[in-house]
Design a protein around this ligand. Structure first.
Ligand code: ATP
Length: 254
């Protein structure tokens, strides 16, 4: 069974007079991988947080699996939704196993299968006994993903999950998360600043600007320039870099 669909239906979020989201609508199909990109302050994190009720919209509705999230208790809702963010915030005084298992333990549900979860995120079983201070940034993010999935969540929200990592680790972790998404049949929404990462990992890319969605298209359509000028402008940056690198390589080998 795949993860639930997510529907954002004409959502507005105001902080006082400031409008972080203005009449935003989108649908993430069950089992899809959606990337949300856009400049700093465009509303990406706010949009993601309306799904697990860390933010309640001023107007509009959010539905997960067809159910309005306002009908769910926020704590129960968050237990059913995995959430990974930058600098994941592992508990420093607990070892990796305890960090992964904390959600199900507090909820009083089935204990987490720590060994299976470590395997799922590509960490050796003996990492269970390590303390967070003994992990690299990439390893800590892997533990964060394991913790997010420990309660059996089929919906995964990720907010700049690889933001603090070097490009090689970032690429490896991106591929690992995409594989996990496919193997477990998750629905995944990932906020990222990085258009190249979004294009390479997601089925669909949503571009935000000033609290609005200005493009919503497949990577192929965005790369073909069919998704409007804002999306095209964001693609030109990585494509331009690739072209310059290739020219540099060809110049060096000529
Ligand atoms: N709790 C809050 N109180 C007041 N304003 C807020 C709050 N959270 C976000 N904002 C404002 O809402 C707007 C959107 O913020 P948001 O964090 O969603 O953007 P973002 O696209 O995720 O940015 P970044 O990429 O920098 O994380 C910004 O102008 C921000 O200052």
């Amino acid at each position: 069974m795949s993860g639930p669909s997510v529907v954002i239906d004409r959502v507005v979020k105001k902080y006082g007079e400031a409008r972080a989201l203005g009449d935003v609508s989108m649908t993430a199909a069950a089992g899809s991988f959606t990337a949300i990109v856009g400049q700093s302050g465009s509303g990406k994190s706010t949009l993601l947080k309306t799904i697990n009720r860390l933010v309640d919209p001023t107007r509009g509705a959010v539905r997960v699996g067809g159910r309005d999230v306002r009908k769910s208790d926020p704590v129960m809702l968050r237990r059913s939704i995995g959430y990974v963010f930058q600098n994941i915030g592992l508990f420093p005084h607990m070892d990796v196993a305890e960090n992964i298992a904390i959600g199900p333990r507090i909820a009083g549900g089935e204990p987490a299968d720590v060994a299976a979860l470590l395997d799922l995120v590509g960490l050796p079983a003996d990492y269970a006994g390590r303390m967070p201070g003994e992990l690299s940034g990439g390893e800590a993010q892997r533990v964060g993903v394991a913790r997010a999935l420990a309660g059996g969540a089929k919906l995964l929200l990720m907010d700049e999950p690889f933001g603090a990592l070097d490009p090689v680790t970032r690429d490896a972790l991106g591929k690992a998360v995409r594989k996990l998404h496919d193997d477990l049949g998750l629905t995944t929404l990932m906020v990222t600043h990085d258009m190249a990462e979004a294009l390479l990992l997601a089925d669909r890319v949503v571009v935000m600007r000033k609290g609005m969605i200005v493009a919503d298209a497949t990577p192929a359509d965005i790369l073909a320039g069919k998704a409007g000028r804002h999306a095209t402008a964001l693609v030109e940056v990585p494509l331009g870099q690739v072209e310059r690198l290739i020219a540099l390589r060809d110049g060096a080998t000529a």
